[in-house]
Design a binder for this molecule. Structure first.
Ligand SMILES: Cc1ncc(COP(=O)(O)O)c(C=O)c1O
Length: 373
């Protein structure tokens, strides 16, 4: 969709990357690291100062004591973290439970690990799962479940009850949990609803069976740096480190040095990040609603999933093509997030990690949508 957007000069609200500058001090640390000749391989599982910073931040943010020597692997983005974790732990013929709609990589990750993804629906408008449906997906072949929280593409933040229910099943069936927490700081509090980040590893009996997959990409607006990390108990980390070594050897050394700085930023950094994204979300939501989209208001992450049945298009791909070519705005067809395209055929996802001027330009163009249908 990014390529299509470039081809047709569309405002790109498809792929989730900021079009604004990364924080100047974080960029400066990377430049200083290169200048100081931190330009050779870091130790394969991550440079010590970055791992120390990850452990310290995790203690501060999640209240978890992590041993940087045995429980952290620095990877090339959370993308590598997720596949390395699966390859390290999942055996051929086993099953991995994936909530659907899902971030596009999870099913291929399972397949590349010779496992079978087993889908459990999250149903709109709240994107909740049926407890009994989830339970029935667990069986003797289940090796792991993936929980993306806050969730891409839906913006769902799993409730404490849901998290405990999933944890209970993991313990009952002796299953691992891979938690993708890259949007942990991007949350939108609501009156009367507890919306705070809960990591599966914080729940009773889950620390020993959870792999936290995280990254600098979204929290520090550096998606192109490709620096992520996995936090897991020593036995699992030892496997992840081996796979990681053979996959990529290591993440960029000077960017890990800048990462050590970024992860030591004070709480105010995260408060500003949160409030800025809340402001952007509240800019785009009414634009979509006024122009005929059914919106599913996100509680976290930086996407808005929408329903398009009001427009009368036969499917999401046809609609997206129309939006790019005739209106000049790009989004992601909902079918990309489903194992069966039909399930997402009346949904599309917009991202709002963009400058105000980009969102305003999109608003202006979207106001013409109804006239073209
Ligand atoms: C849920 C989720 N996980 C992982 C990624 C990829 O992150 P990274 O840049 O850390 O590889 C994305 C990117 O959009 C995402 O939305």
């Amino acid at each position: 969709m990014t390529r299509e957007a470039l081809k047709y000069g569309a405002v790109n609200l498809s792929q989730g990357f900021p079009d604004f500058a990364a924080p100047a001090d974080i960029k400066r640390r990377a430049m200083e690291a290169i200048d100081a000749d931190i330009n050779q391989y870091a130790i394969t599982w991550g440079s010590q100062n970055f791992r120390d910073a990850i452990a310290k931040k995790t203690q501060w943010h999640l209240g978890l004591e992590i041993d940087p020597e045995t429980e952290i692997t620095v990877t090339c983005g959370s993308t590598e973290g997720m596949i390395a974790s699966m390859m390290a732990t999942v055996d051929p013929g086993e099953e991995v439970i994936v909530f659907e709609p899902f971030y596009e990589n999870y099913a291929p990750d399972a397949i590349l690990s010779d496992a079978r993804p087993r889908y459990v629906p999250l149903r709109a408008p709240d994107w909740t799962f049926e407890p009994e449906e989830l339970r029935s997906a667990f069986n003797e072949k289940t090796k792991a479940i993936i929980v993306c929280n806050p969730n891409n593409p839906t913006g769902k933040v799993f409730t404490r009850w849901e998290m405990h229910f999933i944890a209970g099943l993991c313990k009952e069936f002796d299953v691992l949990c891979f938690t993708d927490e890259i949007y942990e700081h991007i949350l939108y509090p609501r009156e009367g609803v507890e919306i705070g980040h809960i990591s599966m590893a914080q729940l009773d009996g889950m620390r020993e069976r959870t792999v936290i997959v995280n990254s600098m990409s979204k929290t520090y607006s550096v998606t192109g740096w490709r620096v992520g990390y996995c936090i897991a108990p020593p036995r699992i980390t030892s496997g992840i480190r081996k796979v990681h070594d053979f996959l990529t050897v290591g993440a960029a050394a000077p960017l890990q040095a800048a990462g050590a700085y970024a992860l030591s930023l004070p709480p105010e950094y995260y408060e500003t990040l949160q409030s800025e994204y809340q402001r952007r979300r509240d800019m785009l939501l009414p634009v979509l609603e006024e122009n005929g989209f059914q919106t599913f208001v996100p509680d976290g992450a930086y996407y808005i999933m929408t329903g398009i049945s009001g427009f009368g298009f036969s499917d999401d791909v046809e609609f997206t093509r129309h939006l790019i070519r005739e209106i000049g705005v790009a989004c992601v067809p909902g079918s990309s997030f489903y194992s069966v395209p039909q399930r997402g055929s009346q949904q599309v996802r917009f991202c709002f990690c963009k400058k105000d001027e980009t969102l305003n330009r999109a608003a202006e163009r979207l106001s013409k949508l109804r006239k073209t249908i």
